[in-house]
Design a protein around this ligand. Structure first.
Ligand SMILES: [Zn+2]
Length: 56
């Protein structure tokens, strides 16, 4: 899984006017899922089901 930081650099994700991380392809703000098996928080696009990890 790619990190949110790298996806922002690669242009897959962007930030909207409210500073929410948003999927560029779907124009959808990401949802957050705390996965107990992951050290990182998982960010999900509900439209394309893309997932990115966010280091806490
Ligand atoms: Zn998406």
């Amino acid at each position: 899984m790619k990190s949110v930081r790298k996806a922002l650099r690669d242009g897959e994700l962007t930030k909207d006017t409210y500073d929410r991380v948003t999927c560029v392809e779907c124009d959808t703000p990401l949802q957050t899922r705390d996965d107990p098996d992951e050290i990182a928080t998982v960010r999900i696009c509900s439209d394309c089901e893309g997932t990115w990890k966010e280091i806490r």
